[in-house]
Ligand binder design. Sequence first.
Ligand SMILES: *Cc1c(COP(=O)(O)O)cnc(C)c1O
Length: 380
Amino acid sequence: MKKHFLVAPGPTPVPEQARLAMAESLLHHRGPDFKAIFEEVRAQLKWVFQTEAEVLALTCSGTGAFEAAMVNFTKRSDTVIVIGGGKFGERWGEVGTSYGMNVVEVPVEWGKVVDLNALQHALDKNPNASMVTLSVSETSTGVLHPLSDIVELTQKHGKALLAVDGITAVGVHDIPMDEMGIDILVSGSQKAFSIPPGLGFVAASQRAWSRADASDHPRYYFDLRRELKNHLKNQTAFTPAISLIVGLRVVLRMMQEEGLEAIFDRHRVLAEATRAGVQALGLGIFPEVPANSVTAASVPDGVNASGLVSFMRKDGVTIAAGQDRLKDTTIRIGHLGYFDSTDIVVALASLERALHAQGQPIEFGSSIRALQIILAGEVK
Ligand SMILES: *Cc1c(COP(=O)(O)O)cnc(C)c1O
């Protein structure tokens, strides 16, 4: 017998209550039962996104939702300013390029936050840019970018919409979409929403929607105007991932019960405990400013990061390797969504054995001790 622990920054563990709900007999998506569920889900998604705007639930992964945002709220001849600095930030540039748009990337060294002067420079040089894109919690490097500052600079520009990939930020960090004035906010099901992959979410402000008719990009499945019309009738344009929406309702109820502030707080404590734990084992925190969704940790010299990941996987603990060029030097431990401190204890204990197996002088229990001190400090 073997237990499996998913401690990755997505997909994330799915609570048993949601798994059981998803195993029930399938509903028909044009029937009244589905409509009632979808009505509740729509309201709860607005609550999590902290917006009055409709949060469209699309049947696709997170990238699909972002692509939809780009093709519906820009034109082919437009310039988009893409904040780089990681696999996801840079991906939005690839989406823009594949639609023939003029992509201006603000390069960011992986692990660093965006240089606001460089962003200002790009905004000044491109007064006609119609969109700025940002992966606010850059899951590949673990960085949290300074969102308020970026919102402020983009708003001063006057023309560009700010499209925020909040795929590992919504439900983790406090990002009040309406209050902050974010134009487009995107997320996905398999991160903080704690259900399997397959739903992408897009919420857009009035200002963004006012540009939807002018888009001349090819769009059919991802024509968000059609999707909005249907959502307002508690329907989707096409057959949705019905089971995922059923599971989502369960998780959203759990989130509602916990409350947004408690959710953000839980993520903060888990992130602090994880960071303290890995540092106690001699690893470094890779990002300049770490997000609370994932801990990207750099391994000491002489340690092979992908070796740690495969050791832990054999141990039943799945964390994530570093992405692309970070594969051999960093590991990533996820702590977003359905996570509590026991998950981190399991991950750190396994990491201790993995480091020991590579000959590192590990004092067993030292990472757990560091975690305990953080957790104990949180007892009210
Ligand atoms: C997971 C993730 C995505 C998108 O991923 P999909 O595989 O398309 O769901 C995009 N941005 C960030 C920051 C992510 O963490």
